[in-house]
Design a protein around this ligand. Structure first.
Ligand SMILES: [Zn+2]
Length: 268
């Protein structure tokens, strides 16, 4: 079965050939790798983007890039556009890090991404890092994306501990589409861990029951360079849960690859 990992971080220079070897060992066909985080500097953001571009250019059929941009950096709009254009990133990664997605000052940024029909992977849920940043990462704040209907977005980590809140956002975005068919159904859930073992099975079951497997994508939160053993561990754990909750082959194929391939298609 085809497997796409939609959520892999980069933490330094990595060899595409080495990564592909590890992916093969894990049975993973494609990975979305996220450029390194930069919170203040435009120049450093560009440097990080170019490092990730180098990686996916070496194995474009196996590795794609998500451009991590911080919307509050001066000049970031043009760089985000360049990342999705000339640089060849398939999407944008954002952590709402001491800004709220709904703030007026960010509206030109979202308008540009809307114009570019961008796909965004948002960190949602508790944030282990970035000081007291978790309070900015509640899924409800992404309702702002309603005003930018050409943007598609995924909420990472099933937004734990706000799993139910992320389902409420799914319901809200679905309802916007149902009441106006011209308004796309914009939202998705990335099931990358965060949910601790005692809640994971229930959180997955609830998400699948509420939005269907076609809205859900698999991710590991592993990073490169590494031996990708954590990716294998997450994959094995999720496959076991999929069997326990009796997902059929079609549902599993959709979660494991179909959704991410549709939202973040190879080649942008
Ligand atoms: Zn992550």
């Amino acid at each position: 079965m085809r497997i796409v990992d939609c959520h892999v971080h980069t933490k330094g220079p990595a060899s595409a050939a080495e990564i592909v070897k590890r992916m093969d060992a894990n049975g993973v066909d494609r990975m979305l790798v996220i450029s390194q985080c930069e919170r203040v500097s435009l120049a450093k953001t560009r440097e990080n983007l170019l490092a990730t571009k180098k990686l996916f250019d070496e194995a474009p059929d196996r590795i794609s890039g998500l451009a991590w941009v911080t919307p509050t950096i001066d000049g970031i709009i043009d760089l985000a556009a360049e990342a999705l254009g000339e640089m060849g990133f398939v999407g944008i990664k954002i952590i709402p890090d001491h800004f709220f997605v709904y703030e007026e000052r960010l509206e030109p940024f979202w308008a540009k991404l809307d114009e570019l029909r961008a796909a965004i992977l948002f960190h949602t849920g508790i944030l282990y890092g970035h000081e007291d940043g978790s309070r900015f990462c509640k899924p409800l704040y992404l309702e702002k994306m309603f005003y930018y209907p050409n943007i598609r977005f995924a909420m990472a980590h099933i937004s734990w501990p706000w799993c139910e809140e992320s389902l409420a956002v799914m319901g809200r975005m679905r309802s916007a589409h149902r009441s106006d068919p011209d308004h796309p159904y914009q939202s998705y859930i990335d099931i990358t861990p965060g949910t601790p073992p005692h809640i994971r099975k229930q959180a997955l079951t609830n998400a699948i029951d509420f939005c269907g497997s076609e809205r859900i994508m698999f991710g590991s939160d592993d990073c490169v360079p590494s031996d990708l053993s954590y990716q294998r561990e997450v994959l094995e754990g999720d496959l076991k849960l999929f069997d326990e909750i009796a997902l059929d082959e079609q549902q599993q194929a959709r979660i494991l690859a179909g959704t991410a391939d549709e939202v973040f298609p190879p080649g942008g």
